[in-house]
Write a protein of this length. Structure first.
Length: 267
């Protein structure tokens, strides 16, 4: 299944503005692209954790509460007021909605401490239709073949969706400004053991993978061994960083702590 759609019109003025967005679906992956995500808040107002979410809804979204099926999502860094993120592009896992006619909506949602709140959205005009696939079964007792055109409604599963997860529990699928590649290769196959492979040096000891202080999600930064959670949040909120040594300017980060974790981080 290959589907693409672009929306070049600007969203109505709100806390945030999604400008020049589009999506391209290829099999079980979807590429989301946004020319600019803008915060219209005052300069001293930093947002909470943000999510980009692609939804399939039974009718076009007009604001407020909604029900539908979540197709794809990714977290992005908090955004300061009067600032913007340009040329966003994410290649994400895509979950096709159940059979029927749907309307696709892209939302930017913010964590307010207890749940995600929709701050801006874009409706894509063309309906998204999914045909039901018949299920053929054969009875061994009377040799009768049955065809079922029904489908299971999974929409209820979205009621306990990302709103039940704190931002630190949401895993970011791809980094900001990830190279947009609609023809990207499918996900790599897992190792036979089911565990992620690690590099090994000649001595036989595993080498820990370094975490990027500019591209990692907040949860990945907080997971760095020996790094206090408060310092991890400051690293996340003040990036991008040009040099590792710049971290010494952050409250709680001293020379001893930086030396302790420098083998675990990179720009």
């Amino acid at each position: 299944m290959n589907v693409s759609h672009l929306c070049n019109t600007e969203s109505p003025v709100s806390d945030f503005s999604i400008q020049g967005s589009g999506y391209c679906i290829q099999e079980d992956r979807v590429t989301l692209s946004i020319e600019q995500l803008l915060s219209n808040r005052s300069a001293d107002n930093i947002s909470g954790s943000l999510m980009l979410e692609l939804w399939a809804l039974p009718t076009q979204y007009l604001g407020g509460g909604f029900g539908g099926e979540l197709l794809a999502y990714t977290s992005i860094a908090p955004l300061s007021g009067q600032c913007y993120l340009p040329n966003l592009c994410f290649n994400l896992p895509f979950t096709s909605p159940t059979p029927g006619q749907w309307y696709i909506t892209l939302m930017v949602r913010e964590w307010d401490g207890s749940q995600y709140i929709t701050r801006d959205y874009v409706n894509y005009e063309n309906p998204f239709c999914v045909e039901a696939k018949p299920v053929v079964s054969r009875s061994t007792s009377d040799n009768v073949i049955s065809v079922d055109f029904g489908h299971v409604d999974h929409s209820a599963n979205n009621q306990n969706r990302l709103d039940s997860l704190a931002p630190s529990q949401v895993v970011k699928d791809s980094p900001l400004n990830h190279e947009c590649d609609a023809e990207s290769a499918p996900p790599k196959k897992a190792a036979k053991s089911g565990k992620r492979a690690s590099k090994v040096n000649p001595s036989g000891k595993a080498i820990a993978k370094k975490v990027s202080i500019n591209k990692a999600s907040l949860s990945e930064l907080e997971a760095i061994k020996g790094l206090p959670v408060k310092v991890a949040k400051l690293i996340f909120q003040t990036r991008p960083h040009k040099k590792i040594d710049e971290l010494l300017a952050l409250k709680g980060m001293g020379p001893k702590l930086l030396k302790k974790i420098e083998h675990l981080i990179k720009l």
